[in-house]
Design a protein around this ligand. Structure first.
Ligand SMILES: [Fe+2]
Length: 175
């Protein structure tokens, strides 16, 4: 008797009559890259949410410029978040994208309550957050690079430029 075919649930690599993924990166490498990207995605989402939170709740003499600066940053981060998630799908895996998933996977620590956070503390937390995302994405980039996954390397190179620039600009406000 033939072995029954695995369902999508039993094996995420199987999907109806769809052919197996065959893009020249081994299944093992695709898994390694995707798992690392899942952490980077959770970090990117956590930073996005924190930046948007601070956009809402900023007070004080820096209101105008920081309200606008945070908006520019979170809008850019939101688009990138989608790109990272869709790269995980292209590599053959589901995207962990619930609050529970993000909380479990992220390396960014929760900040202080926003009512106890003045603009300097907000900016400090965003410097730290942008650098945490940069570290996480740099790790993913190294794994992707070893596996010859150029599209992921290219995507993460662009992300690193943005987060390192954000960190510089935010840090400059405190110097
Ligand atoms: Fe707004």
């Amino acid at each position: 008797m033939a072995t029954p075919a695995k369902t999508l649930k039993e094996d995420p690599q199987v999907g109806g009559n769809a052919p197996d993924i065959d893009i020249g990166i081994s299944a093992e490498d695709r898994k390694k890259i995707s798992e690392s990207l899942m952490v980077s995605l959770a970090d990117a989402f956590t930073l996005y949410l924190k930046t948007h939170n601070f956009h809402f709740n900023i007070t004080g003499e820096m209101f105008n410029s920081l309200h606008t600066m945070f908006e520019t940053q979170y809008n850019e981060q939101w688009m990138a978040f989608d790109e990272i998630a869709e790269r995980i799908r292209a590599l053959g895996f589901n995207v962990p994208a619930s609050y529970d998933d993000f909380q479990r996977l992220t390396s960014i620590k929760p900040g202080t309550k926003v009512e106890h956070t003045d603009w300097r503390e907000m900016v400090r937390q965003l410097v730290v957050g942008n650098e945490a995302v940069a570290r996480s994405e740099r790790k993913s980039l190294e794994i992707a690079d070893k596996a010859g996954d150029d599209p992921t390397v290219d995507m993460l190179t662009q992300r690193l430029k943005v987060h390192e620039k954000n960190a510089w600009m935010l840090r400059a406000l405190l110097q």
